[in-house]
Design a protein around this ligand. Structure first.
Ligand SMILES: C[S@@+](CC[C@H](N)C(=O)[O-])C[C@H]1O[C@@H](n2cnc3c(N)ncnc32)[C@H](O)[C@@H]1O
Length: 245
């Protein structure tokens, strides 16, 4: 796949565990690819007549590494982020990561890193502080804070999603696949993907887009959607769908 939008630059300010929080066993995501997916979708939304700001939802958000990176890189175009996961510990990590997209949350994180630097004097803490300052510059270029809503939900069963989520322009989600993370609540992964697509449908708008990152074996398809794009990067497959109302 040839990158159309995202530069091949150094994204180390967004490295997991540097300023962004992580937990043992949580997954990260290639930042350039996250940006490319967002920008491809944003270009399609714009071409379809939907202007920013956009509301973004990840129903398998984990620690919201993917969403937080997109928030820092493209937050000027994003008004609201919804994040949900079946695992409440990960939702709490997601809340902490997404709080970094607010001035108050980032200030708190900088104070933590400063305290660690004062106590241990490690070079890595100083580098993290420098990254945090650059992330603060990115926040300062945004008009206001993004409205952030996190909740726990099994997306294979979440039939009352409209009570939590509304008017989503863009879903970007990295499915459980591979050795580190697997589906919970639904053992058949094809069925899990169908349930996810079925359950998010009521909260989408006619021009919304759904971008699903999966392994290459997975056919990401369901009645009520048409496929707009399909591309692969390394072991990952990205399918962009649009609801058909
Ligand atoms: C590949 S990880 C996502 C990582 C995330 N994109 C990030 O940036 O941190 C897949 C996530 O799907 C979640 N998951 C598994 N089964 C689920 C279900 N039935 N409903 C919602 N989330 C589920 C896992 O808990 C895991 O956090």
């Amino acid at each position: 796949m040839k990158y159309k939008f995202a530069d091949n630059r150094n994204y180390q300010d967004l490295s997991s565990g540097r300023v962004l929080y992580n937990l043992p066993g949580t997954t990260a995501f290639p930042v350039r690819l996250a940006s490319e997916i967002y920008q491809r979708c944003a270009a399609l939304l714009l071409a379809g007549g939907t202007d920013p700001p956009y509301s973004l939802y990840d129903p398998c958000c984990g620690g919201a590494y993917l969403l937080t990176c997109i928030g820092f890189l493209h937050g000027r175009e994003i008004s609201r982020i919804y994040a949900s996961d079946i695992d409440e510990n990960l939702v709490s990590l997601a809340e902490r990561n997404l709080s970094l997209l607010t001035r108050e949350g980032l200030k708190k994180r900088m104070e933590q890193i400063e305290a660690m630097y004062a106590q241990y004097g490690k070079e890595s803490h100083l580098e993290a502080l420098q990254s945090a300052l650059r992330l603060k510059d990115m926040l300062d270029r945004m008009d206001g804070d993004i409205d952030i809503r996190c909740f726990t939900a099994d997306i294979t069963k979440a039939r009352d999603l409209a009570g939590f989520v509304n008017h989503v322009n863009l879903v970007i989600t990295d499915l459980p696949y591979g050795n580190i993370v697997s589906w919970s609540g639904e053992v058949d992964e094809k069925q899990a993907v169908r349930r996810l697509l079925e359950n998010i449908l009521p909260v989408l708008l006619p021009c919304s887009l759904v971008s699903v990152v999966s392994n290459k074996r997975m056919k990401v398809t369901y009645q009520g959607y048409r496929r707009i794009e399909l591309f692969t990067v390394g072991k990952r497959q990205i399918t962009i769908l649009q609801p058909v109302f």
